[in-house]
Design a protein around this ligand. Structure first.
Ligand code: ZN
Length: 392
C-alpha cells in the first residue's frame, strides 16, 4: 500500500436548520467582522437575507459582496478581496454553490497575498502569507467546494479555468443545512448532483486514490445512488436533500485527497470557453470518460460503482464495464441531463484549444490523475464524441 496523507481541519456541522448556529460559531472563534460572499440569485431567493438576519442577531459586523457570476473571474476575486481589505474584516463567509465558494476561497488568498490569483495556480501551496479563516455554507449538493483544497477561477482573457490548490483553502467552519437546497430548480439539482457523483467516481478510479479517499467516495456514491433520483423528483423531500448534502460533501472530501480525472479535465475548458455550467459539463462527459477509461479498470471498481448507482436491485449476473457506462447515461436521462455538448451550445471551434487547456495544471491535475494515459488527440476525439449522444 502506498503512503498517503489526509486532513479535514474544519468543523463540519450537519442538520436541517444548522445555519442558525453561524453567529455563535463565529463569535466562539472571535471572528466578529465578516465578508459575506454570495450571488444575486440567492439574494433574490431570500437566502442572503436569512443569513444577514443571523449575523445581525449575533452582533457580527459584515459587508456583502454579491456580484459573483457563474465560472467566476480573476477580476471578481480581486474585487471581493478589496472589500475585505478596505473594511479590515476578519473572516470570509461563502454562501452559495461552487461560484461564491471558489470566489471566497480565492479572495481569502488575495486578501493577504500580492499580485493576481493566477500567480498562485499551477502548483500546490504557492501563496506565502496566512489567509483569513473561511466559512462555507453550500446551497447546492454539489460542488463539494465547502470541503476541498481547491479554488477554481476563470481567466476571461484566455478562457483558462485554473485552480489554486492548498490545504489552507479548506474552510474552517462548514455548515451543511439541507433546508437550503429544498427549493432548487430540478435541472440545478440534477446537474449539481451529477457533479457530486463525478467527484466520487473519478476520485475512486483516480491514480491518486487512497484508502481514505475510497472510504469517502464509497459513502458518497452510496448516498448519491440512493437519493439523487428521489431528490430531483421532489427537492422538498428532506431525507433525500440530506442524503445529497452529505453525499456531495463526502465526495468533495474524497477528491480533495484522491483527486479527479478526465471528465473534470475536460469540463473546466467547457466552462472557460462556452460558459457551460460545471455540473452539466460533467454530467455529459462522465459516461464518455468512463467508456474511455474502461480498459484501466482495476480491482473491479467499475462493478462497485455500478452497484452503488444502479436504479434496480436485482441480480447483476455477468458484469462488464459497458453496463456502468449505460447506467450513467440512463441516470442522466432520467433526471433531465442534456444528452450531448451540442445541446448546450458547444461546437467544434475551440476543441483543439480546449484539449490543450485540459492537459494543463499542477502535478495533481485531473488529466494527470486520470487512470488511463491520454494524448491531446484522445481528448479532442472525446470532445467530438460528446458533441453527439454517446454510442453505447
Ligand atoms: Zn466538479
Amino acid at each position: 500500500m502506498k503512503n498517503f496523507n489526509f486532513a479535514i481541519p474544519g468543523l463540519v456541522s450537519f442538520g436541517a436548520g444548522c445555519i442558525s448556529s453561524l453567529g455563535d460559531r463565529l463569535k466562539a472563534k472571535n471572528m466578529n467582522r465578516a465578508l459575506l460572499i454570495s450571488d444575486r440569485g440567492l439574494e433574490k431567493a431570500g437566502v442572503v437575507g436569512t443569513v444577514e438576519e443571523i449575523l445581525k442577531n449575533a452582533g457580527i459586523t459584515y459587508e456583502k459582496f454579491l456580484d459573483v457570476e457563474p465560472n467566476p473571474s480573476s477580476e471578481t476575486v480581486l474585487k471581493a478581496a478589496e472589500v475585505f481589505k478596505a473594511n479590515k474584516l476578519e473572516t470570509i463567509v461563502c454562501l452559495g454553490g461552487g461560484s461564491p465558494m471558489d470566489t471566497g476561497k480565492a479572495a481569502a488568498v488575495m486578501a493577504t497575498n500580492p499580485g493576481n490569483p493566477e500567480d498562485y495556480a499551477g502548483g500546490i501551496d504557492l501563496f506565502k502569507n496566512p489567509i483569513p479563516p473561511i466559512v462555507a455554507i453550500p446551497t447546492t449538493a454539489g460542488t463539494g467546494s465547502e470541503n476541498t483544497i481547491f479554488a477554481v477561477i476563470t481567466n476571461r482573457k484566455t478562457n483558462f479555468k485554473y485552480s489554486i490548490v492548498s490545504g489552507k483553502l479548506t474552510p474552517s467552519i462548514i455548515l451543511l443545512d439541507p433546508n437550503l437546497i429544498t427549493k432548487l430548480p430540478p435541472l440545478v439539482a440534477a446537474s449539481t448532483g451529477m457533479d457530486a457523483l463525478t467527484h466520487a467516481v473519478e476520485s475512486f478510479i483516480s491514480r491518486g486514490a487512497t484508502p481514505f479517499s475510497d472510504a469517502m467516495g464509497q459513502k458518497a456514491m452510496e448516498y448519491i445512488g440512493k437519493y439523487l433520483r428521489r431528490f430531483v423528483a421532489d427537492r422538498s423531500d428532506i431525507e433525500a436533500a440530506s442524503g445529497m448534502m452529505l453525499g456531495s460533501n463526502f465526495a468533495g472530501i474524497a477528491f480533495s485527497w484522491g483527486y479527479l480525472g478526465m471528465a473534470h479535465a475536460m469540463a473546466h475548458p467547457l466552462g472557460g470557453y462556452y460558459n457551460v455550467p460545471h455540473g452539466i459539463a460533467n454530467a455529459i462527459l462522465l459516461p464518455h470518460a468512463l467508456k474511455f477509461n474502461a480498459i484501466a479498470d482495476k480491482e473491479n471498481r467499475y462493478l462497485q460503482i455500478y452497484e452503488y448507482i444502479r436504479a434496480s436491485d436485482g441480480d447483476i449476473g455477468f458484469f462488464e464495464p459497458s453496463m456502468l457506462v449505460e447506467e450513467v447515461v440512463e441516470l442522466g436521462k432520467s433526471i433531465g441531463i442534456p444528452e450531448s455538448l451540442s445541446k448546450v451550445g458547444v461546437d467544434e471551434t475551440h476543441i483543439p484549444a480546449m484539449a490543450v487547456d485540459a492537459m494543463k495544471g499542477s502535478q495533481v491535475s485531473s488529466w494527470r490523475m486520470n487512470p488511463r494515459t491520454s494524448t491531446q488527440a484522445d481528448i479532442e476525439q472525446l470532445y467530438r464524441d460528446a458533441l453527439k449522444p454517446i454510442e453505447l
